[in-house]
Write a protein that binds this ligand. Structure first.
Ligand code: GUN
Length: 288
């Protein structure tokens, strides 16, 4: 069993991106600049945005964080997005999700200039991704593809079961892995809350991607010997630690890992790879 070390892989790729940025600057090009908007004070979102800002600094990008209070109106948020759309200094823009309940998330996503939508959430970019055209692919699925690729994991002809049908992970992941590409060429099944017998599907899977957000959902009895298991879950659960919580994945690691050929840990698996995709998309958005 091999543990897919997302942290180490991400560090390697950050080094590669940093070299590319140095080269761009040496040739008189523009330093990539990512802006992030964070509405409210959700603890997990603050942590994620903090990680993204730190990663930008590590590779030599500029970054701007715009913090808005929880009670920010939709109009005010849309005005902020419009300002950034028109700011040629800023190459990429992300609005951290989830947003407060009174804001229409889809309206906000559609307000972002697709050319700056480095999260790949805008319908124009989702459409291009579906057609297999070059575009900004949403960060988590792109990070998983990169991890499979860096570890040279064979996907062609494999049965892949994705648990979870979110717009951010499950559905784009299913599309990417079913495309005629490497990694790709999988036979993909999407399982969700209405699937009758998830275990029947997972036991037949060569690759399982758990992205449903239920801690330790995937147990040892649901996985066949030699499977590749990718854990997208990161739920904060209360624990006797300094921060008062710990991060738990969607996979019961201790039971599942011994049966796997490859498995991602939580933390240190998919999470760091997600940030890499965001950096790569921002580099592209900057014209480099
Ligand atoms: N919330 C959870 N994942 C993401 C992501 O990839 N991008 C943004 N903007 N918000 C998120």
């Amino acid at each position: 069993m091999v543990i897919l070390d997302g942290k180490a892989t991400a560090d390697t790729i950050k080094g590669e991106i940093a070299l590319q940025v140095e080269e761009v600057i040496r040739k008189g090009g523009k330093r990539p600049h990512l802006a992030a908007i964070l509405v409210g004070d959700d603890g997990a979102s603050q942590t994620y945005v903090g990680h993204k800002e730190r990663a930008c600094k590590q590779v030599g990008f500029d970054s701007t964080l715009i913090r808005l209070p929880d009670e920010t109106s939709q109009e005010r948020l849309l005005a902020e997005i419009s300002k950034i759309n028109g700011n040629s200094e800023i190459d990429g823009l992300i609005v951290q999700l989830p947003l407060p309940k009174h804001i229409d998330e889809q309206k906000v996503i559609e307000a972002i200039d697709p050319k700056k939508d480095v999260d790949g959430f805008h319908p124009v970019n989702v459409g291009k991704m579906l057609l297999g055209l070059p575009t900004f692919v949403s960060a988590t699925p792109a990070g998983i593809i990169e991890l499979l690729s860096r570890y040279n994991i064979k996907t062609s002809g494999k049965n892949c079961v994705i648990i979870g049908r979110s717009n951010i992970v499950g559905r784009p992941m299913a599309n990417l892995l079913s495309q005629k590409s490497n990694p790709g060429d999988c036979t993909v099944t999407i399982c969700h809350s209405r699937t009758r017998d998830i275990k029947e599907h997972t036991l037949n899977a060569d690759i399982i991607i758990a992205a449903l957000g239920i801690p330790e959902f995937l147990t040892g009895d649901m996985v066949k010997e030699g499977a590749v298991v990718i854990d997208v879950g990161i739920t904060r659960v209360e624990a006797d630690t300094k921060s008062g919580f710990k991060l738990v994945g969607d996979v019961k690691f201790d039971e599942v890992a011994p049966k796997c050929s490859y498995i991602t840990p939580v933390p240190g698996g998919v999470g760091p790879m997600t940030i890499i995709s965001l950096l790569k998309n921002t580099l592209i958005a900057s014209g480099n």
